[in-house]
Design a binder for this molecule. Structure first.
Ligand code: SF4
Length: 697
């Protein structure tokens, strides 16, 4: 392994460890990436990680502040002019239309330090309640379910390595073979024991790992996951497979839960989900009899309008089996974005303050206000979640100015036609980015910011492990870190409190602000993390933090987990009307999130240059669609143009489209803005569409 700067991948929440050589004086052309030994990736990287250095000098990297001209073109401008312009416009908007006329939209890829500072800046410098972030589209349902059941939300409440000993692992709606390939190594034991169970309407790359005796692929109709989970819980209880000692000693709410599952007898579950009764029973019995059982959920079951209840049903099943907090067992959710965990802990969410505290809690407000050196009354109340915030853009009496940091909403948000209209009607859009993203096209001002290998900071992985991101090379001369931008704007706005530009100092403040909260970073520091300690929050000095949660108690005041009775809203489902099909959106191995980064890496883009619609051969035949031929996918919200990938890995009533692409290939032209009533998660996994042969290309 070469000597180099020890850091982590810029993409997903596995946060694979890597060494970067070639810095600090060199530019990207001289940077080499090698995988580094670490418990989660053991030296492995996926093709996204191996090619990440190419982001640093990508062709359309923005290296100067840009100001939109009256003719719609962008011109370079000096930082001081750009910041003066922004501050004057923000001040004017606040004075004329109130503080909530200015909004902030953050991202789950920002470092902990940036996420924290952005939340503080929004509340104190702008005085706005209008802040939320793209994690709403990713982790919000699982987070809400975890908080409800356990009193705490940490994606995996155990280290990834624990999975190595498992004999049964269930992946509900998670395609790790494409989203985080090095994770597959941790499934080897379960595969060898024939105990890998993958629940997915598609025969995904991960589902194929169950072949040849590796386990079982369960293929329910899209949107019926909740009924499936209720049915599995019904069988576990009815067949006497529940862990009654655990249920009695560590949970509350069992009787109501039992009654709620009565309506989901196996034959009804089969009729609703399409999963045969025999397979349902085999599935439930394996869960109860496997030595070392883990249930893991992903976006497939969480990105629904009933996503919180579905994740809750998965937790209920795990609790009835006695898994969470037990030896060699557990429940977890597979966090997606690189800092999806930390991004939701430090105050980017509209209803939270640092430490995962409720913004409506007077004690939380007093604690954070003291750290910030302000009176609690200066901290505004709760705002509105992402989809609602985007719906307010440009509306009378609502948001007129928007700052976007680390997010490409024009591709990643649902119903992007409405989002574009909102952005177009703003008085002022400021985008901090390193590329000319689809969202940046709408901006009035674009501020160029540092990339992952050019900055210091921390990220928190899917296991709740706080990791150091380290600088391997200097950014281009006129590029700045967001901490500097926020400080400069705060000064111009005469904001209360101070805004350090030192990531280590911001982390120390973050740790103080989080102390005593749910996500408690106190005791941690950059210096401590630089010693190489494995720091899982909550952290106790002299330890490695808390790798395994819930061993003795859950985080609710009485120490017990909550079994929450939930209902399947889709009922018995029923056939799709006419020629309509169910569209699932999802990810590919080569691309990450909105594709704003990976579409700029030649090896990745060449491998997957365009949107391809997966469709069953029988369905394609019926619709006159030929392999690689153009197709148009439509519904009331829009039309998407793609090419056909005819595959029997998908159900005949379902089609799949990756969401990484833009413009006429954007899957989110079709998705709707309806959200889960608890988490505000949009419905990304069940959209009714029509598909025709032919298209614009
Ligand atoms: Fe690892 Fe995820 Fe990066 Fe791939 S994208 S190298 S799985 S952190």
């Amino acid at each position: 392994m070469p000597e180099g700067t020890a850091s982590h991948c810029p993409y997903c929440a596995l946060q694979c460890a890597m060494s970067l050589t070639g810095g600090p004086a060199g530019r990207a052309g001289s940077v080499t990436i090698e995988g580094r030994m670490f418990p989660t990736n053991r030296g492995g990287l996926c093709k996204k990680g191996w090619t990440a250095a190419e982001l640093l000098d990508a062709g359309d990297r923005i290296v100067h502040p840009l100001l939109k001209q009256p003719d719609g073109t962008f011109e370079e401008t000096a930082w001081s002019d750009a910041l003066d312009f922004i501050a004057a416009r923000l001040r004017d908007s606040r004075e004329r239309f109130g503080a909530d006329s200015v909004a902030v939209f953050g991202g789950g890829g920002l470092t902990n330090e940036k996420a924290y500072q952005l939340g503080k800046f929004a509340r104190l410098a702008l005085g706005t309640t209008r802040i939320d972030y793209n994690g709403r589209f990713c982790m919000s349902s699982a987070a809400a379910a975890g908080n409800r059941a356990f009193g705490l939300d940490r994606g995996l409440p155990f280290p990834v390595e624990d999975l190595d000993q498992a004999e049964t692992i269930v992946l509900f709606g998670s395609n790790v073979a494409e989203t985080m390939p090095p994770f597959i190594a941790h499934l080897a034991g379960a595969r060898q024991a024939g105990g890998l169970i993958v629940v997915d309407p598609r025969r995904s790359s991960t589902a194929r790992l169950t072949d040849d005796g590796g386990g079982m692929h369960v293929q329910p109709a899209p949107g019926t996951d909740l009924a499936l989970l209720l049915g599995l819980t019904h069988i576990v209880i009815a067949e006497g497979l529940a862990n009654t000692d655990y249920v009695e000693s560590r949970t509350t709410g069992f009787e109501a839960l039992r009654v709620s599952t009565n309506a989901w007898w196996p034959e009804r579950v089969q009729a609703t989900t399409g999963v045969p009764v025999a397979q349902l029973r085999q599935f439930a019995r394996r869960l109860a009899n496997g030595a070392g059982t883990y249930i893991l959920t992903g976006r497939g079951v969480e990105q629904h309008v009933d996503g919180t209840d579905t994740a809750t049903a998965a937790i209920n099943l795990a609790l009835v089996l006695g898994l969470p907090g037990s030896e060699h067992s557990g429940y977890g959710t597979m966090t997606g974005q690189g800092n999806g965990q930390g991004g939701r802990e430090h105050g980017q969410k509209c209803d939270q303050l640092p430490g995962y505290r409720k913004i409506t809690d007077p004690d939380a407000r007093a604690h954070v206000a003291k750290v910030w050196g302000v009176h609690p009354s200066l901290i505004p109340g709760p705002g509105v979640p992402a989809v609602e915030l985007l719906a307010e853009l440009g509306k009378p009496g609502k948001v007129r100015c928007l700052l976007v940091h680390g997010s490409n909403v024009v591709v990643s948000a649902p119903d992007v036609t409405a989002v574009k209209a909102g952005l177009q009607s703003l008085d002022l859009l400021i985008v901090c980015d390193f590329f000319f993203s689809e969202t940046a096209r709408f901006a009035d001002v674009i501020l160029p910011v540092t990339q992952w290998a050019e900055e210091e900071g921390t990220m928190t992985s899917l296991e709740g492990r706080v990791l150091r991101r380290r600088r391997a090379l200097h950014p281009p001369l006129d590029v700045r870190n967001e901490l500097w931008i926020l400080r400069e704007l705060a000064l111009r706005l005469n904001a209360p409190s101070t805004y350090s530009t030192s990531p280590a100092e911001v982390f120390d403040e973050l740790a103080r602000a989080s102390a005593g909260g749910i996500a408690d970073y106190s005791g941690l520091s950059h210096d401590l993390l630089d010693t190489g300690i494995a720091a899982f929050w909550p952290f106790t000095p002299g330890s490695a933090g808390t790798p395994r949660l819930f061993r003795d108690r859950f985080a609710h005041a009485d120490g017990r987990a909550r079994l929450v009775a939930v209902k399947a809203h889709h009922g018995d489902g029923g056939p799709l009307a006419g020629n309509t099909l169910t569209l699932i959106t999802g990810r590919l191995l080569e691309h990450y999130q909105s594709g704003a980064q990976t579409r700029r890496v030649p090896e990745l883009q060449d491998a997957r240059p365009n949107a391809r619609l997966q469709i069953h051969p029988a369905t394609a035949d019926r619709l006159g669609i030929v392999a690689d031929g153009p197709v148009t996918i439509t519904n009331a919200r829009g039309a998407v143009h793609a090419h056909a990938e005819i595959t029997s890995s998908i159900r005949h009533d379902t089609v799949f489209l990756p969401f990484h692409y833009a413009d006429e290939e954007s899957a989110n032209l079709l998705t709707e803005s309806a959200v889960d009533p608890i988490s505000a998660m949009p419905e990304f996994k069940r959209t009714i569409v029509s598909v025709q042969a032919g298209g614009s290309n």
